[in-house]
Design a protein around this ligand. Structure first.
Ligand code: SF4
Ligand code: SF4
Length: 204
């Protein structure tokens, strides 16, 4: 019959339309803006509408998702922040669109360079989220963030991130990338153990 496919398609649309109201009643106002409800609506169990009501609802991003880089700092026992970054400049060298600028620090007394950045800038409109800076950093000091809601109307004020804007505590890194964090910590512990063994061997 001519138009049979069209009628079938409209029936599917109508079924989803009605199913949305039935599911709304079944969930009694809990259908939207909840992580558990979203998981069901994104699964084959979904009835009715299954689109994500962004920005009120957001799909969780996978651990490997990468957006803009951030700098990691450790919090010492006395509460002071210690940047992992040594301002070695490797990330700036490997960055394909050259959107990283680093201001190195100098010792105020000797004037000689010290391994710490005074400032660190990334132009987030130029960054192409490739992750090479994070891959090449020898100190695990720069990592890729999950935060993708960065739109604003003021490019110069809001889209050139400085060190303050880029810095995040190591706990934040652990929370968004637990597997990478665990692997790196295990490698670090192994390295420290090997170093300690070498020292013991040397002193005996
Ligand atoms: S983030 Fe890493 S690669 Fe970049 S300057 Fe700092 S220590 Fe070097
Ligand atoms: S993610 Fe890629 S483009 Fe962005 S700052 Fe790092 S190296 Fe540069």
């Amino acid at each position: 019959m001519v138009g049979e496919g069209l009628v079938k398609g409209l029936c599917v649309t109508l079924k989803h339309f009605i199913g949305t109201y039935i599911d709304d009643i079944r969930w009694l106002g809990r259908r939207y803006y909840r992580d558990d409800a979203l998981q069901i609506r994104q699964s084959p169990k979904a009835r009715g509408i299954f689109t994500v009501q962004y920005p009120e609802e957001k799909l969780p991003v996978p651990e490997a998702f990468r957006y803009i880089p951030f700098l990691i700092y450790e919090v010492a026992e006395d509460g002071t922040m210690e940047d992992r970054c040594t301002s070695c400049g490797i990330c700036a060298k490997v960055c394909p669109p050259q959107c990283i600028w680093i201001e190195r620090s100098n010792d105020p007394e000797t004037g000689r360079p010290i391994p710490a950045p005074t400032n660190f800038y990334i132009d987030i409109d130029i960054c192409m989220n490739c992750g090479l800076c994070a891959e090449f950093c020898p100190f695990d000091a720069i990592k890729m963030d999950h935060d993708y809601e960065l739109a604003s109307y003021k490019r110069v004020e809001n889209h050139i991130f400085d060190k303050t804007r880029l810095s995040r505590p190591v706990d934040y890194y652990r929370s968004i990338r637990p597997s990478d964090y665990a692997l790196e910590e295990a490698a670090r512990a192994e390295k420290e153990a090997a170093k300690a063994a070498r020292r013991r061997g040397g002193s005996s």
